[in-house]
Design a protein around this ligand. Sequence first.
Ligand code: ADP
Ligand code: ZN
Length: 218
Amino acid sequence: MNIVLLGPPGSGKGTQSQLLAESFNLVQLSTGDLFRQILQNPHHPLYDELQIIKQGKLVSDEVVNKVVEDALKKLTNAKGIIFDGFPRTVAQAKALDRMLSSLNRKVDVVIDFNVTEGVLLYRLLGRRICPNCKRVFHVNQGYIECLDCKVKLVTRDDDNEEVIMKRFKEYKEKTVGVQEYYRDSNCAYISLTIDDIDTTPEEVHQQIISELKERDLV
Ligand code: ADP
Ligand code: ZN
């Protein structure tokens, strides 16, 4: 089962991706994480190209598709893949279909996270991340270190109000087309609405599982 997660920054794609990967033994592919890894290495051929991430803009389709294609080559044995942060444009969605069909795979499920802007801002401005395992915490939880790795939590460079507003704008402009693309395709389309800051990741995960069960997908 291959799953695409759609949703604005802060909608919980990364967290749900982790939970789904654990529950169903799937592999996660996060373009954001791949890019942040590349940005750790100034000698990487894509280092300069990826600087625009700091402005909240999208990386070009050509570069994203190449990075995803390379990452997919390493996942030939995966039972299923969860795409987090990809595709973000219709061109990327089409490229993904091509890449997957050459591997005899397809997008089986799309999960679309509709989260109100108030909830998104609350989460992003308070987001603290484990640089090691990428687990996400909220500043209000009061943790300084990752509960699993005991590594000091960090704030993402692009989690500040100015850049967040640009990321929202980019998301709105580009992703509507991707939603339409998948609604018109024959994969299962699960749409979730989250409008309460107190909704826990576990609650959302259980909701996803029940939607998957309803469709006989798990
Ligand atoms: P978020 O969804 O919270 O903005 P991500 O970690 O998914 O964060 O991505 C961080 C940044 O990396 C994005 O703001 C964008 O600049 C870039 N990026 C990630 N995935 C893509 C993609 N599929 N297409 C273009 N740019 C991307
Ligand atoms: Zn950790």
